[in-house]
Design a protein around this ligand. Structure first.
Ligand SMILES: [Zn+2]
Length: 252
């Protein structure tokens, strides 16, 4: 895998954003493989509204967003209403995020699997003003900061290329979320708490240290401890973690 864009492709484009789009799409179609089957992804014909890339075998769709330097906490995306409809119908694409340096080298590339999207991660933007070409149009932001770390699968992190099998393993590890629509918000909440503990093995007691924080966030929930136990059970049943003999949980 090369990290440099093929800048020869940029020569015909006056607009820098268009040149970056062409170069980044070319780069993805040469080096990025489907997480599910490891085959290289293919580019959709131009102007496909649903996605930029797809896997012919798995029929997975991927949208690509590129940004110079860092991704930040939120990403602009398309129409708010359509985004909410797609997530609700589980028809949103997987999202590829790419960052590049001043000299057009890929610095980060990661995927947010489609099943990590929830309606509460989508922020409504202000309607376009009367002077804009599309008056009244309402776009959205994806609030990346609400994602647990396991919702970001890195191919390249700070210029370092990840192992191919490790990438696929991470994808398969959270596929169960496709069937967990109702509890997803709580599962993510508990995943994030576990990540804050920052260790492979932890006790239920350690996790209960987040009760005051969660109670503040969900004042109407009268049984936060039950919620924690419920999510631990779901995560255990789906081999995200295991319950070890010493009464502690271990991430798998
Ligand atoms: Zn595939």
């Amino acid at each position: 895998m090369l990290l440099e864009f093929d800048l020869n492709l940029a020569k015909n484009y006056k607009s820098p954003s268009q040149a970056v789009r062409v170069c980044s799409e070319d780069w993805v179609s040469r080096f990025i493989f489907c997480l599910n089957c490891q085959r290289v992804v293919r580019k959709h014909k131009n102007n496909n509204p649903a996605a930029d890339f797809y896997c012919e075998i798995c029929k997975e769709d991927f949208e690509l967003k590129s940004k110079r330097k860092a991704i930040g906490n939120k990403i602009n995306d398309g129409a708010h209403k359509i985004m909410i409809e797609k997530i609700t119908a589980q028809q949103n694409p997987n999202l590829f995020l790419l960052t590049y340096s001043e000299n057009y080298k890929v610095t980060n590339f990661f995927v947010i699997p489609k099943h990590f999207f929830t309606v509460s991660m989508i922020e409504k933007r202000n309607a376009l003003s009367l002077n804009a070409a599309r008056t009244g149009w309402i776009g959205c932001n994806i609030l990346i900061s609400l994602l647990p770390e396991s919702g970001k699968i890195f191919y390249i992190k700070n210029g370092l290329i990840a192992d191919k099998d490790e990438i696929s393993k991470q994808w398969h590890k959270t596929l169960f979320l496709k069937n967990e629509n109702e509890q997803k918000g709580w599962i993510f909440e508990i995943m994030r708490c576990i990540e804050k503990l920052d260790k492979r093995s932890f006790t239920r007691q350690e996790l209960l240290s987040f009760v005051p924080y969660l109670q503040k966030k969900y004042p109407n929930n009268k049984n936060i401890e039950y919620k924690i136990s419920q999510q631990l059970q779901i995560l255990r049943d789906n081999n995200y973690l295991k319950f070890s003999a010493r009464g502690s949980y271990q991430l798998l």
